[in-house]
Design a protein around this ligand. Structure first.
Ligand code: FE
Ligand code: FE
Ligand code: ZN
Length: 277
């Protein structure tokens, strides 16, 4: 069973995202929990959230992914900035309880010169402050391109964070194909090797979702610029292997390519085509 979808705007509400997803052939999707630049979230409409849950069940959708604003930094050097990340994540996770059984993905953060070790410690502390043992949402650490002082460009860094959380059963990983390729994991020429390495360092059972993006930059460039599928340095053939790989094929696969809805519909159709062996 394959689940394909893309990033959608939450501006018209939760159920509306379900309908939009359906209209472009998606059976999963991702959305920002609030303004991606980190503003205030709209008050949660409980009836709308319940309506989306019912819709996803009826339509046979896979798990969906909420994405934290990418500007929060759980390991910021400035205490107020770090506190803001914690409060945002805490509030988002409360809201996610109205969409139970899904994922909340975030970028681990940037240590901004404090050092990788301090960054990892701060991120684990933030997770320990916001994760409640009874919550129905699994929090995902996204694999990063290793741009600047970003934490999460190496599998070892994610493993270190998971090792320090009190509830590792509520933490997983989202693998972004553009990011890992930019970070120096060659999923184009050695997908099996990279996944073996992921399994050795983190454990494939922790892999929960895939961000399906081509990259505008060459291998190991540490840049993080997404490209449309087949138009970047990964190329269409790499995605054929990715979507068909037995370790990945049942995970929600979310496009974050530079596209409008029509472009996403085409890419989802393409991914479905290449997912049939
Ligand atoms: Fe992301
Ligand atoms: Fe991503
Ligand atoms: Zn990215």
């Amino acid at each position: 069973m394959h689940y394909f979808g893309c990033h959608l705007s939450p501006s018209a509400g939760y159920l509306a995202m379900g309908h939009t997803a359906r209209s472009i052939g998606a059976d999963t999707f991702q959305f920002f929990t609030r303004n991606p630049r980190g503003g205030k979230a709209k008050p949660l409409d409980e009836a709308d959230a319940a309506a989306l849950c019912a819709f996803l069940r009826e339509q046979g959708f896979g798990k969906i992914v909420a994405h934290a604003p990418y500007t929060i930094n759980a390991c910021a050097a400035v205490e107020r900035t770090k506190e803001f990340a914690l409060q945002t994540m805490e509030d988002d996770l409360c809201r996610m309880e109205h969409l139970p059984g899904n994922y909340y993905n975030f970028h681990p953060g940037s240590h901004v010169g404090q050092g990788m070790e301090a960054g990892i410690t701060a991120i684990a502390e933030t997770l320990n402050a916001v994760i409640r043992p009874q919550q129905k949402t699994v929090v995902l650490l996204e694999t990063m391109a290793g741009k600047g002082t970003e934490v999460g460009g190496k599998f070892e860094e994610l493993r270190e964070i998971i090792d320090r959380v009190k509830h590792p059963e509520l933490v997983g990983v989202c693998l972004d194909t553009c990011h890992v390729y930019d970070a120096g994991y060659d999923i184009v020429h050695d997908l099996d090797g990279v996944l073996t390495e992921f399994d050795r360092v983190i454990g494939l059972r922790r892999l929960c979702a895939i961000h399906v993006n081509d990259s505008r930059n060459p291998f190991s460039s540490h840049k993080d610029r997404h490209e449309k599928i087949g138009q970047g340095s990964l190329g269409a053939e790499a995605f054929r292997r990715i979507v068909c790989h037995e370790a990945l094929s049942s995970l929600p696969m979310i496009l974050e390519t530079p596209n409008e809805l029509a472009g996403y519909a085409e890419e989802i159709a393409f991914l479905r085509t290449i997912s049939v062996p």
